[in-house]
Design a protein around this ligand. Structure first.
Ligand code: TYD
Ligand code: MG
Length: 453
C-alpha cells in the first residue's frame, strides 16, 4: 500500500495536500511539515472495557457529583470552584514558569484528601519529582503515584490498572503514540495522544490535566488544536524575573473564565497570594507623574494595579508606542483620543505603558486610568496618591460606565484610597451605592477627569 502523506501546520494544525510557505489559517511562515497520514487510532480498542451508550439527559446526575478540592484556594477558584471528575484541563505557560510545580502541589494536595492521583512525568525523573515534592508539599504524599513514561498506550494501561481519580500528564508535548510515525511534539502526535487520553478520561470519569509548553508568541506550541478538545484552558503567566505568577482561566466549561489565581514562587514552592492588591501597590512611588491606580476585575475578583505611563520625545522621527501588560492597539487608540479630542501634542512622542507586577490587563475599565497615566506623564502632573481611577473611554473622549462598580470601589476603599474617579453613568441609578470612606468623583469625559484630578 502506498503511504499517504499530508502537510500539517505545526502552529495551528491546518492541513494541506501540498507544501505551502505561509499558513492560510494562522499566517505563520514555514510551519508546514510533511507527516504520514495514518488512519485515526481506534480509541475504543485502547479504552476497552468502558461501555459507552446513550443515556437520557434527565437521568444524568451531575449535582451529586462533588468537585475535588485541592484546598489551594487560588487554584480551586480558577478551576471554577474545584475540579470536575471527568474533566480535561490544559495548563499552558512558558518553560520554567512553574507548571510542574503547580500540578505537583495540586496533585499532592488532592492525594492527601484520599484521592488516587497518577502523575506521568515525561520530562523529569521520578527522583527529581520526589525531591521537588518534598520541598513543596508538606506531608508525606498519600495516594500519589508517579511514573516516568512517554508512551501513550503504556499510560492508558496504567490508568486501567491503577484506576486513579486524577491523572496529570507532564507534558503533552513529550508523550507519543507508537502507531504514529511523526515525532513527539508534532501536531499529529499531540492531537492524537491527547484525543486518546481524553476519551479514556471521559469514559472513566477521571479528572485529567495536560501540561503544555507555550511558544515565544504566547501560543501553545503546536497544539492549538488542543484548546478545542479540552474542557478548560489555564495559562500560567508571570515575568521571568518577578516571583509573582498568575494562573488565568482562558476557557472553562465548568465555571467562569477570566478568574485568576495569584501565587508567589518561593523556595518552598508556590504560595497563595491572598491580597494581590497590596503587593501590586507596595512599591508605588509617591509624587511621580504618570502613575495611576485602577481597580480592575478579573472574573469575580477585584484588585488594584498600578499603571505607569512615560512620554518622551522620539529620537529618530519614528514614534514608538510600547505597552507591557496592556493591548498596544488599545493604547494607540487612547493616545489618539488624547491627541484629537483634547488637543494634546503626542504626535512626535514615544509612549510607553507598563502595568506593574507582570499583570495583563484586559478590563476596559482600565481605559481611563491608561489615558490619565499618559496625560499625567505628558503634562508632568501628578495624579494624587489617594485617588483610584475607573472608566471605559470611547472615541469621542467620553467616559463610559463599567461593570460591577461597587466591588471595585470597595476594594479601593479597603486599601485606603479616599477618592475614586468613576463614570457618571454608573452613579445614575445606583442610589443605594454610597460607600462611607471613599469619595466618588463622577466624570462624563476625559477632560472633566483631568480637571478634577
Ligand atoms: P517548573 O515547575 O519546573 O516550571 P515548568 O514546569 O513550567 O517548566 O518551575 C521551575 C522554576 O521554578 C525553576 O526555575 C525553579 C523555580 N522553583 C522555585 O523557585 N521554588 C520551588 O520550590 C520550585 C519547585 C521551583
Ligand atoms: Mg515542567
Amino acid at each position: 500500500m502506498k503511504t499517504k502523506t499530508v502537510f500539517v501546520c505545526q502552529n495551528c494544525g491546518s492541513q494541506s495536500a501540498r507544501w505551502v510557505g505561509k499558513c492560510p489559517n494562522c499566517e505563520e511562515w514555514n510551519s508546514y511539515v510533511e507527516e504520514v497520514s495514518t488512519p485515526r487510532i481506534d480509541v475504543n480498542k485502547i479504552a476497552a472495557g468502558s461501555v459507552i451508550a446513550p443515556v437520557l439527559l434527565k437521568e444524568i446526575d451531575v449535582y451529586n457529583d462533588k468537585r475535588y478540592l485541592t484546598g489551594i484556594g487560588e487554584f480551586d477558584r480558577v478551576m471554577g470552584g474545584g475540579i470536575v471528575p471527568g474533566s480535561v484541563t490544559l495548563i499552558g505557560g512558558d518553560p520554567g514558569i512553574g507548571k510542574s510545580t503547580i500540578v505537583l502541589q495540586a496533585g499532592c494536595a488532592l492525594a492527601r484528601t484520599g484521592l488516587k492521583v497518577l502523575y506521568i512525568s515525561g520530562e523529569e525523573s521520578v527522583k527529581q519529582a520526589k525531591m521537588r515534592a518534598d520541598r513543596v508539599a508538606q506531608a508525606a504524599n498519600g495516594n500519589f503515584y508517579i511514573v516516568n513514561e512517554i508512551d501513550v498506550e503504556t499510560i492508558t494501561g496504567y490508568i486501567h490498572q491503577l484506576t486513579p481519580q486524577v491523572v496529570i500528564i507532564d507534558s503533552i508535548q513529550v508523550v507519543h503514540l507508537a502507531e504514529l510515525s511523526s515525532s513527539p511534539g508534532s501536531v499529529a502526535q499531540v492531537r492524537e495522544s491527547a484525543s486518546v487520553l481524553t476519551q479514556l478520561a471521559k469514559s472513566r470519569g477521571v479528572a485529567l490535566f495536560f501540561v503544555g509548553h507555550v511558544t515565544k508568541e504566547g501560543m501553545l506550541a503546536g497544539p492549538r488544536v488542543l484548546e478545542h478538545m479540552v474542557d478548560g484552558v489555564l495559562y500560567f503567566e508571570g515575568e521571568r524575573y518577578s516571583s509573582y505568577r498568575v494562573l488565568r482561566a482562558n476557557k472553562n466549561r465548568f465555571g467562569s473564565t477570566n478568574e485568576i489565581g495569584v501565587f508567589e514562587m518561593t523556595a518552598s514552592g508556590l504560595q497563595e497570594v491572598l491580597n494581590p492588591s497590596e503587593i501590586f501597590l507596595c512599591e508605588r512611588p509617591e509624587g511621580s507623574s504618570g502613575s495611576v491606580v485602577v481597580p480592575i476585575l478579573e472574573g469575580t475578583r477585584p484588585f488594584l494595579v498600578e499603571i505607569q505611563g512615560l512620554v518622551s520625545r522620539s529620537a529618530f522621527g519614528m514614534v514608538r508606542q510600547k505597552a507591557q501588560g496592556f493591548d498596544a492597539n488599545r493604547l494607540a487608540l487612547l493616545a489618539a483620543v488624547l491627541e484629537k479630542r483634547l488637543g494634546m501634542n503626542l504626535g512626535d512622542k514615544d509612549i510607553f505603558l507598563n502595568v506593574v507586577g507582570g499583570v495583563k490587563v484586559m478590563d476596559p475599565a482600565a481605559d481611563l486610568g491608561v489615558t490619565l497615566a499618559v496625560a499625567s506623564a505628558l503634562l508632568d502632573k501628578v495624579v494624587p496618591h489617594d485617588t483610584a481611577i475607573l472608566g471605559e473611554v470611547g472615541l469621542s473622549a467620553e467616559v463610559r460606565s463599567v461593570a460591577q462598580i461597587a466591588t471595585r470601589v470597595n476594594e479601593a476603599q479597603k486599601l485606603g484610597f479616599t477618592r475614586c474617579i468613576v463614570p457618571k453613568n454608573n452613579l445614575k441609578n445606583k442610589n443605594d451605592f454610597k460607600p462611607s470612606n471613599i469619595r466618588l468623583i463622577p466624570v462624563a469625559t476625559v477632560r472633566e477627569a483631568l480637571d478634577k484630578l
